[in-house]
Design a protein around this ligand. Sequence first.
Ligand SMILES: Nc1nc2c(c(=O)[nH]1)N[C@H]1C(S)=C(S)[C@@H](COP(=O)(O)OP(=O)(O)OC[C@H]3O[C@@H](n4cnc5c(=O)[nH]c(N)nc54)[C@H](O)[C@@H]3O)O[C@H]1N2
Ligand SMILES: Nc1nc2c(c(=O)[nH]1)N[C@H]1C(S)=C(S)[C@@H](COP(=O)(O)OP(=O)(O)OC[C@H]3O[C@@H](n4cnc5c(=O)[nH]c(N)nc54)[C@H](O)[C@@H]3O)O[C@H]1N2
Ligand code: SF4
Ligand SMILES: [Mo]
Length: 729
Amino acid sequence: MAEQKITYCRICESMCGLVATVQDNTVLALRPDPNHPLTGGFACPKGIAMTEVQADSDRIVHPLRRKGDGSFERVGWQQALAEIGQRLRAIRDESGTDAIGTYMGNPTAFSHATVPWVKGMMDALGSRHYYTASSQDGNSRLLASAITFGSPLTIPVPDLLRTDYLLMIGANPVVSHGSMFTGVVAREALTDIVDRGGRVVVVDPRRTETARLFEHLSIRPGGDAWFMLSMLNVIFADGLEDAAALARHAADADRLRSIVSAFTPERTEPHSGVPAQLTRQTARDCATARSAAFYGRVGACTGPYGTLVNMLLDALSVVTGNLDRVGGSVFPTPPIDLFGPIIKRGLDTVADWRTRVGDLPEVLGTAPAGIMAEEIRTPGPGRLRALLVVSGNPVLSVPGSTQLEEALPELDLLVSIDLGFNDTNRHADFILPATTFLEREDIVVTFLSYQLRPFLQWTDPVVAPRGEAREEWTILRDLSAELGIVPSSIPEIRRLGALARRIRPKTLFDAMLRMGPFGDRFGLRRGGLSIAKLRRSPHGVRLGDYVETGVIGDRLTHPDRLIHIGSDELAAEVQRLQAERTDPDYPMRLFGRRELRSINSWMKNSPTLMVGDIHPSCGIHPRDARALRLVDGGRARITSRAGSLDVVVDVTRDVAPGSVCMPHGWGKRLGRDGADQGAARPNVNVLTSARAQDLEQISGMSVLTGVEVRIEAVPPQAAARQPVIRPTH
Ligand SMILES: Nc1nc2c(c(=O)[nH]1)N[C@H]1C(S)=C(S)[C@@H](COP(=O)(O)OP(=O)(O)OC[C@H]3O[C@@H](n4cnc5c(=O)[nH]c(N)nc54)[C@H](O)[C@@H]3O)O[C@H]1N2
Ligand SMILES: Nc1nc2c(c(=O)[nH]1)N[C@H]1C(S)=C(S)[C@@H](COP(=O)(O)OP(=O)(O)OC[C@H]3O[C@@H](n4cnc5c(=O)[nH]c(N)nc54)[C@H](O)[C@@H]3O)O[C@H]1N2
Ligand code: SF4
Ligand SMILES: [Mo]
């Protein structure tokens, strides 16, 4: 008999409620959970298609070891762990713990256990080679928070449920389903703003799926800082600032006013591509709206001035009196407070140390993933020699793919924990099979600080692991045991030694929940929560309707307890912006897009997702196409300072003139054995740069948008030798 099991999706931050139909330990189907308190009845095609990842015949379900001839063979867990342990110990003995590193990919964030266990392992090792996807999507946001509010973990989220005006810079929630805000169905939450009589303005170089539904303000990739400096210029010039809010919380408001005074909309128009009158009007509309939220995501964070853009977003919130206010940018109070103890212990560091290669700052203990290739190749003490990749595919996701792919074989040891082969782990010495999210118990922890509605859901595993797949944290625990360390960031726990390795994530998070604002205090608070209690409400428990406001006073951690909107860092970044010069050899700007039916570099093996017209083509405006003699469906070569890529052209008015648009996450077609199978798809990250000096210097962020390129037609003869690009599976 088939059973119905309640769970939730962990592919993207929407974390939609799902119902799994299960028979004989097989997931027959997934469907949206109609009774989920937040996403009731919604799930996207990826969530439904997770059954295919679960059952994929290409999934790796036994540990694999590379043989001398490059192919892989199956080995037992014990042997794999022992051999990896032995090799890690040898590397440590020879080169020190700083030769061992990890890359922690995006899916780790969706498991309650993986992030703390990876971070714990790195802290116990004391190695600085701790790389994560955050330097590809969020470290500029975190650094801006550190500069403005005092901590990288004090992150404002847009109060979508109550705002009258949403200014959205570089985000496409209709496709991404929202990022750095959660607890709503993104598209519905945006539509509701307009239905309430409010406005949603989408600032984007492409007329995106989101922009089509709302108001689109087209901008040049990388042009946002100019635009926002002018918005602030207009607000101050027109006397529209909220003087009371500034007097209450802001340090350096006069300095900000003086910095922006030179940036009139007329002056910035050539840089932003936004007509001066439109900038002026937008500034006035934001400042005079009853409430306004200023939100930026990947397009805001990954440009050459990502940190500045985020600082300016917060400055707009503060100057218009919309920070920590109903309908503005707000600071959720998480029911399990992961960040609070980190802040209290002073572990919320930025620039506490700098990298060996490139002299770039750490952010929350992580180093920029963009420099991995150079760290592998640069001799000397601290050289990266062993890399553990946990649910990541850096060969496709970090800038300078070619350099990274070339550097990987120089490692003494590469280990991947994954579901299948990818462009990175095909170079690995060992691949260790992980559980899917359907095979593990879980509770959302990482994203609680972005919740627009406080909520908790515990899920049991829906099925037992396939084959010999194991939960990541147990693999990390066992590898740590091989090294004689305890994978914990907390020194007191590490001191407990081997005993501490027995701590289960569930025990840890149960204790944090029970001692938190909604907890049962182990019986001392009636009606409070514990994991046991959450299990009795499998659809999850809503803990409130909105984010509480009026909390900022307690969140500010600069010694003066003020918000720094006119900091030295901001002034320096504005100066850097002003010195920007365009290179006539690379006159166009490259930017990215995400696809509804895949997630970053994975889910590309799913037959139901990979149908229709999903193909990684290059979007370009008709005006540019004409000038460059590019034809729709024809071929072109994009060249940057880092590399070049042959693509199929898609001539479209949706893309701003002067720019080219390519999605990321496409690479080789890999067969069941990890070998090449057929033509590769274009990997946009051969165009982005891995040179340390090409990363955003202030944050170490990868620069993935606004990249300077040129594009030219490929003559038919040359094109004939190029691989066919349309992905059909
Ligand atoms: N040019 C450009 N590059 C980008 C971006 C961009 O916009 N433009 N976006 C960037 C962003 S935002 C991100 S987050 C990164 C993402 O890049 P990465 O962090 O490298 O992650 P993915 O490409 O998503 O690869 C995830 C891997 O994890 C595996 N996996 C999936 N689920 C699980 C699981 O439960 N357990 C384990 N162990 N493995 C699992 C998948 O099979 C896949 O191989 O890419 C970045 N790269
Ligand atoms: N379907 C699907 N959903 C996903 C993912 C996926 O791969 N597929 N990835 C997940 C991940 S890891 C993340 S981090 C989130 C990201 O969530 P979002 O940030 O909402 O998603 P993106 O599509 O990257 O949106 C970035 C937007 O910025 C625009 N942009 C690029 N450059 C600039 C610029 O210089 N200025 C401005 N103003 N805009 C610019 C792009 O055109 C794009 O529309 O999505 C998550 N959800
Ligand atoms: S992938 Fe789709 S179903 Fe899963 S959480 Fe995201 S939006 Fe929801
Ligand atoms: Mo991301």
